[in-house]
Ligand binder design. Structure first.
Ligand SMILES: C[S@@+](CC[C@H](N)C(=O)[O-])C[C@H]1O[C@@H](n2cnc3c(N)ncnc32)[C@H](O)[C@@H]1O
Length: 282
């Protein structure tokens, strides 16, 4: 059957809308240009292009996955973060734009571009945090930790892709268990969703992102408790601990850090004016 590009996109948009996907037309266009390995303007320049059988079946296979509410980034296999492209799949959290708030804050604490900072990233997932920091500070080195061996494989692939493998070590295990030595800065975007909030999550998140990356006990603060209690043993004098936090968690996390003896505590807002990053010095 001869199917035109515009017909395929229209039909896919209809299917996605029926499945409750927000931004159905946008997703159909993005997935079509991905399959065709073309720029966006092919949608407007060549609407009458006849798709080959394999283009059509590959496109329909991606649309079926999107109907099943798989996140677009997993379908594309990549996500842009701080202007770099990261490999992502179902083993890692799809990096969120809000997480760039933590990068902006950590770079303030790593202001000397010539310093050989030692960076520790707890719960690295795709590696987007530590690899961005190492890319921005060419003399920095670091260690990335994750409890998920599958997530670490993705982070290692990203280190290779970005040419950062020589400056980043990877270790599998819970928080500080695999860690040796002292660090100038510890960054972490740990799981922070309270278990009771699970029913309110979008299917893209609840059904497709790793639960190990999402949930943290009844109040969502369990991982902060664990990390804050041990972090001082792994920081140089005056070293920084910088967290991403969930909505309404910033004050609680700041108080926990204060009780543990951190100073110069600071909450940084994301672009929606939500307290998104808590940092402090030990
Ligand atoms: C919210 S994701 C953050 C991923 C990535 N850093 C980012 O910002 O996109 C949290 C990560 O912590 C990892 N994790 C969960 N519990 C852990 C633990 N006890 N020790 C080490 N890593 C853990 C998860 O596997 C997941 O990759």
């Amino acid at each position: 059957m001869l199917i035109r590009l515009d017909q395929a996109v229209l039909e896919a948009t209809r299917k996605l809308k029926a499945a409750g996907v927000e931004g159905a037309r946008q997703d159909a266009g993005v997935l079509m240009t991905h399959i065709l390995k073309a720029d966006r303007d092919i949608l407007y320049r060549e609407p009458e292009k006849i798709l080959t059988d394999s283009e059509l079946s590959d496109f329909n296979a991606l649309i079926d996955r999107r109907v099943n509410r798989e996140p677009v980034a997993y379908l594309l296999g990549v996500r842009e973060f701080w202007s770099r492209e990261f490999i992502v799949n179902q083993h890692v959290l799809d990096p969120r734009p809000d997480t760039e708030t933590l990068i902006a804050e950590a770079l303030v604490q790593m202001s000397d571009a010539d310093k050989e900072y030692r960076v520790l990233d707890l719960g690295t997932g795709s590696g987007c945090l530590i690899l961005t920091l190492l890319a921005e500070r060419p003399k920095a080195t670091g260690v990335a930790i994750d409890l998920s061996a599958d997530a670490l494989k993705v982070a290692e692939r990203n280190a290779d892709k970005l040419g950062l493998s020589p400056r980043c070590d990877f270790a599998n295990g819970p928080w500080f268990a695999p860690v040796d030595g002292l660090f100038d800065i510890i960054v972490s975007n740990p799981p922070y969703i309270p278990k009771r909030d699970a029913p309110a999550l979008q299917p893209e998140v609840l059904d497709h992102e790793p639960h190990m990356a999402l949930f943290a006990g009844e109040d969502g603060l369990d991982c902060y408790r664990d990390i804050i209690s041990a972090a001082p043993d792994y920081l140089v004098a005056g070293g920084w601990l910088c967290f991403e936090v969930g909505i309404h968690q910033a004050d609680d996390v700041k108080n926990m850090m204060q009780h543990r003896g951190f100073s110069e505590l600071k909450i940084t807002n994301d672009l929606a004016s939500i307290g998104r990053c808590v940092s402090g010095r030990f």
